[in-house]
Design a protein around this ligand. Structure first.
Ligand code: UDP
Ligand code: MN
Length: 331
């Protein structure tokens, strides 16, 4: 089992926070596999130090600095920078099998059984279920596959601009060839699916093993009050995320990751996203300096979010409001 690993990627300090929480969630559920982080050159030294404490291995991948084929591909398609970096996971050839997990995923129970699956196993994407979601997938590192992926990526680009498009084009028989490569949805439960099919979530949601905070707004974009244990900045956007999963992410962050960050930063100020309210104060009134309420969105912006599946189901886009609007049209 020493030759099997969970792998993630972080190219920025924010995604590094996600990677820290992900790693801690795997440890809390007693994984017996190695945990590896790929990082890009812009991750700060302090974040690297924290990642090194948590992970078995932290590996710097600098695609601009790497072998000729990758470098050339990168020059041809600079828009696919992070995608090329993610494909790098196939070069981890000292491992025979790996499970890639996005840095915005959170593990809720032991998932070591995923290593019984073959390349390429993944769960359906909630937006287009004949495509797999590339936030969680089982793969076999291989330099040969890596070269093929890089070639495919630089020649054909990506139909969605990211790694998911590239990987679905490459592993194009995923939807039809072998049902054992379809991971159950509970291994990659995107928070968005909760609201698009609430009855299914109510029936099956308690079995969730991995939650994926897919979309533009990530858990680290909120802030957390460690006294009242509430996530803030939530009024408009967090409705696209399940409040309980978001809270679990922040609880892990504040109790396991934050102490390590504090130790690493020493007296230097840094933005953790955590605040402590005075118990006697109204929580809503504190920390407005750190996190002002989300700005009012233009209707164009709202439309865009809606189209990306990020409707504010509990707020402005709630059923009540839609109904009111329809009523006013009908009148
Ligand atoms: N990623 C990264 N830096 C970036 C964007 C993405 O390191 O600037 C990595 C990270 O592991 C992230 C994954 O690529 O989880 C996929 O991106 P993201 O999760 O933002 O996409 P989504 O799941 O929302 O489609
Ligand atoms: Mn993701």
């Amino acid at each position: 089992m020493a030759d099997q690993a969970f792998v993630t990627l972080a190219t920025t300090d924010n995604y590094a926070k996600g990677a820290m929480v992900l790693c801690q969630s795997l440890r809390n559920h007693n994984t017996t596999r190695k945990i590896v982080a790929l990082i890009g050159p812009y991750v700060s030294e302090t974040s690297r130090a924290v990642l090194r404490k948590l992970y078995d291995e932290v590996r710097l991948v600098d695609v601009l600095d790497s072998g000729d084929a990758t470098h050339l591909a990168m020059m041809k398609r600079p828009d696919l920078g992070v995608t090329f970096t993610k494909l790098h996971c196939w070069t981890l050839t000292e491992y025979s099998k790996c499970v890639f997990m996005d840095a915005d995923t959170l593990v809720l129970s032991n998932i070591d059984e995923l290593f019984e699956r073959e390349e390429l196993s993944a769960a359906p994407d909630p937006g287009w279920p004949d495509c797999f979601n590339s936030g969680v997938f089982v793969f076999r590192p291989s330099n040969e596959t890596y070269e093929k992926l890089i070639t495919a990526c630089s020649e054909n680009g990506s139909f969605d601009g990211g790694d998911q498009g590239v990987l679905n084009s490459f592993f194009s028989d995923w939807a039809t060839a072998d049902i054992s490569k379809h991971l159950p949805f509970i291994y990659n439960l995107s928070s968005i699916a909760i609201y698009t099919y609430l009855p299914a979530f109510k029936k099956y949601g308690h079995d969730a093993k991995v939650v994926h905070f897919l979309g533009k707004i990530k858990p680290w974009d909120y802030s957390f009050d460690t006294t009242s244990k509430t996530v803030k900045g939530q009024s408009q956007d967090a409705s696209a995320m399940h409040p309980n999963f978001l809270l679990q992410w922040w609880e892990l962050f504040s109790s396991f990751v934050l102490p390590q960050m504090k130790a690493e930063y020493g007296d230097q100020p840094f933005h953790s996203g955590c605040t402590e309210s005075n118990i006697h104060e109204d929580v809503a009134q504190v920390d407005t300096s750190h996190h002002s309420p989300p700005p009012q969105m233009s209707s164009q912006e709202r439309k865009q979010r809606w189209e990306q599946g990020q409707a504010d189901y509990m707020g402005v886009d709630s059923f009540d409001n839609i109904e009111k609007r329809l009523d006013s049209f009908l009148e």
